[in-house]
Design a protein around this ligand. Structure first.
Ligand code: GLU
Length: 575
């Protein structure tokens, strides 16, 4: 199997077979391997974390645990992720050898750059989400099968047991789930099957505390457990997906059985680099997650963030400026690398980032932020970007006692995806992550819709290794385009500000995409810093209620310590 590893010390790059990396760029590995007393799982829902921990107790691997968590999330957190969606999986063994699998949803062959247009004009986003055209061929099952074939220790069917138990015997609706049913009713109850799953006869959402059962997904999961992932992409399940999207009450889509049968999870090149002697690895294109994480970190490396500390407006000014530069590049260059040339290596090149970093003035915000020209860049056009609160995504981490780690972000894109329900699960609306308008200034954008293409993502499952080569932190987040920001803040919190992963995740956050507006988390110390940020030239700083949701496991003194976002219902559970 050919697999590429892209290693960059923000300068050194290698693309080759896994181990054929030039000596200077070779990642440090911990030769004896890293073992722990007990494994751990961190997820956005305690029942899903427990599903993973159950696999670890049964002798399963981190991969087994991560798959069981993904399946359980399909049942208990259907607004955020599931088997009707896709994801990115990164695994590391005890010696730091990394694999990344791309289970991103894929556009049907029939899709084209004006897929989201009507009567010669692009449709509004709110009109695009419900129905068929937003649905990509789901990738999570193909991803799980590929990962399990390589790294599974338990039988495939065993991984389904906790999810089946939850769906069959019932799980309790949490206050957070109830609020999603209320606010995303247009998706959750878009078709009668969704309405029947989670709403009372009078159309009101079920109360928090109610016990819910999902016989249809119980049946689907039982079939997948018995017949394997292939049964998702063929037979009755594939037919049901096609029928659902073809005859959707809104935006019917021309997806075919061949689109589903031809879906493949893909091995991708992990993107690795260093930040202050820590090795950081994550997901490359079609995700923009890790190139954005690296760009922000790389541009910040010349500043002494430790001396400034998290209560200093100056530190957040520098972080915001680095974000603005990174998001400008993201919007311009990122798309599916199988369709467009993505200068991923150039975007995280040390010299390039040093040069970009020189645009940052510690005393004053940049008047204008534009994309740069990284090495290898094609002349592509900037694409539009939007940011919303956390809705349709979930991140989880599993580490086993043998030192294998998995960091996996799974998504259906918006809350309850497209609102279409097949076999008890929601189909994603991932294709709305494409650019709706395919050209800008007369040029095609990198992230335009094309048949068979994967939409650009912001998901950033990430692993951080200490200077001695041992795993230090495995993390990721939900929250659309704020994902790289949450990951960066957690890394800076742990490395520069010496916080625990849990405190770093809880820390207030700034979000500054390429425009002049800077968002600060409402009700936090950052809101109190607005006058100081104004004085640094940020004229438009707005407080915003953030519903961030990050999950992590860190290694401290050879022991695993879990971390979940205090803004969420998430939890870490030990083996
Ligand atoms: N679908 C988005 C992405 O892949 C994530 C959506 C979310 O986090 O709510 O970037």
């Amino acid at each position: 199997m050919i697999r590429q590893t892209i290693t960059l010390r923000f300068a050194l790059i290698a693309a080759s077979l896994l181990v054929a990396v030039p000596a200077a760029a070779k990642p440090q590995t911990y030769e004896r391997g890293q073992i722990f007393e007990r494994g751990m799982v961190s997820a956005a829902d305690p029942r899903a974390a427990e599903a993973g921990a159950e696999m670890l107790r049964a002798g399963g691997s981190a991969t087994d645990a991560a798959i069981a968590t993904m399946l359980a999330l399909s049942v208990v957190e259907p607004q955020s992720s599931g088997i009707g969606g896709g994801g990115f999986y990164i695994s590391s063994d005890a010696r730091g050898r990394i694999e990344t699998i791309d289970g991103r949803e894929t556009a049907p062959k029939a899709a084209h750059p004006q897929w989201f247009w009507k009567d010669g004009a692009p449709m509004a986003m709110r009109d695009l989400v419900p129905g068929g055209t937003s649905v990509g061929v789901p990738g999570n099952l193909a991803l799980a099968a590929k990962a399990h074939a390589r790294h599974g220790r338990l039988p495939w069917a065993k991984l389904f047991q906790p999810a089946i138990r939850l769906a069959r015997d019932g799980w309790v609706a949490t206050p957070r789930f109830r609020s999603f049913l209320e606010f995303a009713k247009g998706s959750a109850a878009f078709v009668p099957e969704g309405l029947a799953l989670f709403y009372n006869a009078d159309g009101t959402p079920v109360a928090a505390g109610s016990t819910l059962r999902n016989p249809a997904i119980t049946q689907t999961l039982t079939m997948l457990a018995r017949k394997g992932a292939k049964s998702f992409y063929s037979g009755s399940n594939a037919k049901a997906i096609v029928a659902s999207v073809n005859s959707a009450p809104r935006n019917p889509s021309a997806m075919t059985l061949a689109d589903i049968a031809s879906y493949r999870a893909k091995d991708r090149a992990p993107l690795c680099g260093t930040y202050r002697a820590y090795r950081v690895c994550g997901m490359g294109p079609p995700s923009s997650g890790e190139t954005t994480v690296f760009a922000i970190l790389g541009q910040l490396e010349r500043f002494d963030l430790t001396a400034l500390g998290p209560e200093s407006p100056q530190a957040w000014h520098l972080i915001a400026e680095a974000m603005r530069l990174a998001y400008a590049d993201r919007a311009r260059y990122l798309g599916d690398p199988d369709f467009v040339t993505v200068p991923a290596i150039g975007l995280v090149d040390a010299d390039y980032l040093r040069q970009r970093s020189m645009l940052i003035d510690p005393a004053r915000t940049m008047a204008l932020v534009t994309a740069g020209t990284p090495p290898g860049a094609e002349k592509l056009v900037r694409a539009d970007m939007s940011a919303g609160p956390e809705n349709g995504t979930s991140h989880f981490v599993a580490i086993d006692k043998r030192g294998n780690a998995v960091t996996y972000t799974s998504t259906v894109e918006s809350a309850f995806g497209s609102g279409l329900v097949v076999g008890g699960y929601y189909l994603n609306n991932e294709l709305t992550d494409f650019d709706i308008v395919p050209e800008k200034d007369g040029r095609l954008t990198a992230n335009r819709v094309q048949g068979g293409k994967r939409p650009r993502s912001s998901m950033a499952p990430t692993l951080v290794y200490a200077p001695d080569g041992k795993l230090r932190l495995a993390l990721g987040a939900a929250g659309g385009t704020t994902i790289p920001v949450q990951v960066v803040k957690a890394i800076i919190g742990v490395i520069d500000w010496k916080l625990s992963a849990e405190d770093a995740i809880a820390l207030h956050t700034i979000y500054a995409p390429e425009g002049p507006t800077v968002w600060v988390e409402k009700g936090t110390a950052l809101e109190a810093m607005i006058p100081a940020l104004n004085a640094l030239g940020h004229a438009d700083v707005r407080p915003r209620q953030a519903s961030f949701k990050a999950n992590a496991v860190e290694v401290i003194g050879g022991k695993l310590v879990g971390a979940a976002d205090r803004r969420s219902e998430g939890r870490a559970i030990s083996e």
